[in-house]
Design a protein around this ligand. Structure first.
Ligand SMILES: NC(=O)c1ccc[n+]([C@@H]2O[C@H](COP(=O)([O-])OP(=O)(O)OC[C@H]3O[C@@H](n4cnc5c(N)ncnc54)[C@H](O)[C@@H]3O)[C@@H](O)[C@H]2O)c1
Ligand SMILES: O=C(O)C(=O)C[C@@H](O)[C@H](O)[C@H](O)COP(=O)(O)O
Ligand SMILES: [Zn+2]
Length: 375
């Protein structure tokens, strides 16, 4: 199936289905983008010899000049150093403005190589081939690209839409459990912010989703992409406030990720805990009842995700002692959030299941109370 992201001259399609990786040329034709002579496949070291190689091989059939560049796997690669290494690879390849960057990997590879494509030669086309669930349902769509600053997530970046997204659902069979679960946090997010029926469906389909049943996965990916495409179409650059709803849970999550040290807590785990923090904040303001938070906690837990910093999943092994955050430091990091304006921290809070709003008048004391509660 194809989901369209309608953005006038920047419109593109998301092709979703099994086996698409080895049929890259066919998918490109269906999505109506050109594959030029010079192509760089950016990936991470876990995927270089498997999924990235499948794409490179599918492209090499046409006597192209194809380079594969692999960065170390993990969040720490969203860095100046790895960005610079991609620029070097593009120089070596003599890439021009029509050369294509293909991101084969999770959200890290997509964000990093998307930003390289946005900035090298002042902009080159790029294609997203997401291989993690999180990248399939969220990061490959919408054109947010960038890297982290040591003090704040995604602080350096650009909006740069891909020319196409190719989602081969078969590749999820090799995704480690922890990374699979991380993607489900963003899926739960869509239900809370936009689609109460989808949230109900997730509650009713925990077993097939946990078992990675192909039909359930196809629905999870397709519905998530449709919802994200709708938001991005309406507010591509987060100017009206609509796109900011995709940041539900992220005000807390990004502060946790930076403070824990990038990669210690995965993005999905941080978002899961962050959503519960935001939901509790909504309760304190009288926006929702406790049951709305409880449903989120139960669903996240059913997917093996943490709902608090003390949960077993997070506190297992070496993480236990690290994840006690000082509330002043969390609030300091929140003050760097890109959504803020006029020095006020902006939170996305649920008003009911399937609907959220933006609030910039939350009391710091309430935030501190919630941080103490989830410790
Ligand atoms: N741009 C956006 O709109 C957006 C949206 C959500 C998240 N993000 C970003 O995405 C990042 C998180 O993405 P992620 O969870 O995909 O992390 P990731 O890219 O680090 O991938 C997670 C791990 O899974 C491995 N992996 C990926 N696909 C695999 C496969 N098919 N088989 C085996 N291993 C596989 C990777 O090598 C890596 O070790 C964060 O940096 C987050 O900020 C961006
Ligand atoms: O696409 C968006 O918009 C999102 O907010 C999706 C988020 O899941 C994602 O983590 C995004 O990278 C966060 O963006 P940021 O602007 O808060 O850095
Ligand atoms: Zn996210």
């Amino acid at each position: 199936m194809i989901v369209s992201v309608s953005l006038a001259e920047r419109s593109y399609g998301i092709a979703i289905g099994p086996g698409l990786l080895s049929q890259f040329e066919d998918a490109a034709e269906r999505l109506e983008f050109d594959v030029p002579r010079t192509v760089i496949v950016v990936t991470d070291e876990n995927l270089r010899d498997s999924h990235a190689e499948s794409v490179a091989q599918a492209l090499a059939k046409e006597r192209r000049n194809v380079a594969v560049h692999a960065v170390p796997a993990g969040e720490r690669s969203k860095s100046m150093e790895q960005l610079s290494a991609i620029y070097d690879a593009l120089v070596d390849l003599k890439a021009d403005r029509k050369s294509l960057v293909i991101a084969v990997g999770g959200g890290v590879v997509g964000d990093l190589s998307g930003f390289a494509a946005a900035s090298y030669n002042r902009g080159m086309p790029f294609v997203q081939v997401p291989t993690s669930l999180l990248a399939m349902v969220d990061s490959s769509v919408g054109g947010k690209t960038g890297i982290n600053h040591p003090k704040g997530k995604n602080l350096i970046g650009a909006f740069h839409q891909p020319v196409g997204v190719i989602v081969d659902t078969d590749v999820l069979s090799t995704l480690p459990d922890r990374d699979y679960r991380g993607g489900l946090a963003e899926v739960v997010k869509y239900g809370v912010i936009l689609d109460a029926e989808f949230f109900d469906w997730l509650e009713q389909n925990v077993a097939p989703i946990n078992a990675r049943d192909p039909a359930a996965l196809e629905h999870v990916v397709a519905r998530s992409c449709e919802l994200k495409a709708y938001v991005v179409k309406e507010d591509e650059r987060e100017t009206t406030g609509l796109r900011a709803i995709l940041n539900y849970g992220h005000t807390f999550a990004h502060a946790f990720e930076a403070l824990a040290g990038y990669g210690e807590l995965s993005h999905g785990e941080a978002v899961a805990i962050g959503m519960i923090c935001a939901s509790r904040l909504a309760e304190l303001r009288g926006l929702i009842d406790a049951q709305t938070t409880t449903r989120q906690i139960e669903l996240l837990c059913a997917f093996g995700l943490p709902a608090s910093l003390g949960d077993e999943e997070v506190s297992s092994g070496r993480l236990r002692s690290r994840l006690a955050f000082d509330s002043d430091e969390v609030i300091e990091r929140m003050k760097l959030d890109k959504k803020n304006s006029g020095g006020k921290i902006r939170f996305i809070l649920p008003k009911k299941m399937g609907e959220v709003g933006l609030f910039d008048d939350c009391e710091e004391e309430d935030v501190r109370g919630i941080l103490a509660e989830i410790a």
